[in-house]
Design a protein around this ligand. Structure first.
Ligand SMILES: [Zn+2]
Length: 347
């Protein structure tokens, strides 16, 4: 186990850590007791924790007790989750019983940044103190990721559900509860799953709860300081990538508002699949499919031009081209674009 991961692991009880939940794991189909279902809840969290801690080729080391202290996963859930994760080949055991190594997820996978303390804070709901459920933590973290600097996030239940590992009804229920706890506010009450709302998060309440929940280490050791610095660096890059993603989504939504463009894009995607198949199987209609693809692409280009958009507008624009705002260069070394001390604020 690497030194940095060890330091972070020890921070578990302070709730000051964070976990990276890769989007590619959300909604992953797994087998559980002979039945197919989606990877969710505690198993998703465990898998993400292993992923977060096995950065730099290390392993994640978790006893059931640590999982309970860190994420409020009960022992029975923990043992079930470990079984699901190992049986579905998402991770493998390291050299000791409680050591796990993630399998098949790249270091630079897009992920949702979730702060540990959210699993431990209690919020007032109709006079009763409530913890957030695992699903509520995911929905809230997703909203937070888009609501930095008091910005509103425009979305619908359906769109949010498309990114998270559960359906629109769960999203709706979670948001209703978050609203009841005064953590989330919306403008425009969505009457159905398609309608858009403007979401705001209550930054003041969240900061106060964070302050209350995180156990401050007195006279921080250099190990804890290192772990804090690493967490801050992650937060910095997560915010930058979110900014690029938000812009990309906005630009694509603008282009897709045009019916002709939207239909052409759909057709182009279908053609891509057919061309791939034709190439692999050496089918005779390959040339014709390519010609058709060319025509469709021209239509898309024309529509974009008419809307004053360029193909480049539809791609994510990273502030740093070298690391694509991940903070790491392709060879794994840290990128030099991280500002030292100045220009950064804790969120
Ligand atoms: Zn960079």
């Amino acid at each position: 186990m690497t030194n940095a991961a060890e330091k972070l692991n020890r921070a578990g009880r302070s709730h000051s850590g964070f976990v990276r939940i890769p989007y590619c794991l959300m909604g992953r189909t797994i087998m559980c007791n002979g039945k197919q279902r989606k990877l969710g809840g505690s198993a998703l969290l465990l898998c993400s924790a292993i992923y977060s801690f096995s950065a730099d080729g290390g392993t994640g080391d978790f006893t059931y007790r640590e999982l309970e202290e860190r994420y409020r996963i009960t022992r029975s859930s923990s043992s079930r989750s470990v079984r699901i994760v190992l049986e579905n080949d998402l991770a493998e055991r390291g050299s000791s019983v409680h050591e796990y190594r993630i399998k098949g997820i790249k270091e630079d996978e897009p992920y949702l940044y979730v702060e540990d303390w959210l699993y431990h804070a209690t919020f007032d709901l109709g006079g009763a103190a409530c913890y957030l459920s695992k699903n509520e933590v995911l929905v809230l973290s997703y909203l937070i990721s888009f609501c930095k600097n008091k910005k509103a996030f425009v979305s619908s239940y359906r769109r949010i559900a498309a990114r998270l590992p559960f359906g629109k009804d769960t999203v709706k229920k979670s948001i209703e509860r978050l609203k009841g706890m005064q953590i989330v506010f919306t403008e425009g009450a969505a009457k159905n799953n398609y309608e858009l709302s403007r979401y705001h998060v209550n930054g003041k309440l969240l900061r106060a709860k964070r302050e209350e929940t995180v156990v401050r280490a007195k006279g921080k050791s250099s190990a804890v300081k290192d772990a804090d610095a690493r967490a801050e660096r992650e937060r910095y890059y997560a915010a930058r990538r979110n900014e690029a993603q938000r812009r990309e989504e906005q630009m694509n939504a603008r282009a897709r508002a045009d019916v002709t463009y939207r239909e052409a894009e759909k057709k182009s995607r279908a053609l891509d699949i057919r061309i791939g198949k034709a190439e692999a199987l050496n089918l005779p209609d390959l040339d014709e499919l390519r010609r058709e693809q060319e025509t469709v692409r021209q239509i898309m280009a024309q529509r974009l031009h008419a809307m004053n958009l360029t193909p480049d507008d539809l791609l994510p624009h990273y502030a740093c081209a070298k690391c694509r705002d991940t903070g790491y260069l392709p060879d794994g070394r840290p990128c030099g674009c991280y500002p030292e001390r100045t220009g950064r604020r804790r969120t």
